[in-house]
Design a protein around this ligand. Structure first.
Ligand SMILES: NC(=O)c1ccc[n+]([C@@H]2O[C@H](COP(=O)([O-])OP(=O)(O)OC[C@H]3O[C@@H](n4cnc5c(N)ncnc54)[C@H](OP(=O)(O)O)[C@@H]3O)[C@@H](O)[C@H]2O)c1
Length: 318
């Protein structure tokens, strides 16, 4: 099968378009013929940072390194213990995160319980988009944030992959949503259903919001302190990048009685199924701003590395 392997850490020239054997499936896995792959900032992070291979993929010695976790495709074969799928089913999911997902390939061996049925009303591209990013939004807001009707939710990077799903999921739960982005993203973010937009290039968001029930923070550095200023006393602060290990940060969290959690998104067919239900009902939509051919994966990496994308970018296979 065709696959894209990572020769070594570095630039996009290290992504090698190659032929390798189709993966064998274990008894709890299905073989998925991949139709579309979602691209995430972590893909480029793993490509560029030597320590990230161990941190995210932990490849077996000698096996080809294949980046990527987000797939949508068609079930081709079943492991002996698999009962919930049949050949021909259209499925999508985030495969083995954290672990060696091996998504940049024509075929992926995926644990059967990490997949959900692709809604018939959306394309494989829209489904592949709604995996890691949508699961992150779900787990941040619902699993850990426990969002409720009427709560005020501040979502940073609301125009990006995670953010654009988070806005829609928070609205589904009846929250009052404030999204941040640069002015160019204003119409997009309000169009997702956000009640307010803050242009982070012009305004300090914490000057406007100090009473959020939940803040979803997805930036590095001191941004987390500012997000803490925006949460009300007793509120929830979910971080996607920063661990709550800094002593000053811990003290401030305690003083404000805030529930603070750093999320590491994890593969879950159950959560994928909950996202699928919202995609099926149309309450959540994937905004795919760019689709690249499999052979053009380096262009997708170049784009995701800008940190400026709208919604999601995906790669499409024939
Ligand atoms: N912990 C986890 O499990 C987990 C899971 C998923 C993602 N993440 C991390 O979370 C981050 C977001 O992921 P993503 O996929 O949503 O990224 P993304 O799609 O690349 O985000 C792009 C968006 O970020 C916006 N942005 C950049 N700087 C901003 C700022 N200071 N304030 C507000 N918006 C800003 C950009 O808007 P403008 O162009 O308008 O600036 C752009 O629309 C990444 O660092 C990713 O690695 C962590």
């Amino acid at each position: 099968m065709k696959a894209i392997t990572l020769a070594s850490n570095g630039g996009t020239e290290n992504l090698i378009f190659t032929e390798i054997p189709t993966p064998a499936i274990k008894e709890n896995e299905v073989l998925v013929r991949v139709k579309a792959i979602g691209i995430n900032p972590v893909d480029a992070f793993v490509r560029t940072h030597p320590f990230a291979l161990e941190m995210f993929l932990q490849p077996q010695p000698g096996e080809p390194v294949i980046i990527g976790w987000d797939i949508s495709g068609v079930v081709e074969a079943l492991g002996k213990a698999v009962t919930q799928w049949k050949p021909g089913d259209e499925v999508f999911g985030m495969v083995n995160f954290r672990g060696h997902g091996k998504a940049y390939a024509e075929y992926v061996a995926a644990p059967a319980d990490q997949l959900a049925l692709k809604p018939g009303n959306i394309s494989h591209e829209e489904a592949a988009a709604a995996t890691l990013a949508a699961l992150t939004a779900w787990q941040a807001l619902v699993t850990y944030g426990k969002v409720k009707t009427g709560e005020k939710v501040l979502i940073h990077r609301a125009g990006g992959g995670v953010g654009h799903y988070a806005v829609q999921i928070a609205k589904h739960f009846g929250a009052y949503v404030i999204g941040t982005g640069s002015a160019a993203k204003k119409d997009f973010i309000l169009g997702l259903g956000a009640d307010e937009f803050i242009d982070y290039t012009a305004t300090q968001f914490e000057d406007i919001v100090q009473d959020a029930d939940i803040v979803i923070d997805s930036l590095f550095g001191d941004h987390i302190f500012r997000s803490l200023d925006a949460v009300k006393e007793g509120g929830r602060l979910i971080a996607l990048l920063v661990p709550f290990t800094d002593e000053k940060l811990i003290q401030k969290v305690r003083a404000k009685k805030v529930y603070a959690h750093t999320l590491n998104v994890s593969s879950s067919g159950e959560d994928m199924g909950r996202v699928a239900a919202l995609l099926r009902s149309g309450e959540v939509r994937s905004h795919v701003s760019a689709t690249y051919a499999f052979e053009d994966i380096t262009k997708a990496h170049d784009e995701i590395e800008t940190g400026k994308t709208i919604g999601k970018i995906v790669v499409s296979l024939p």
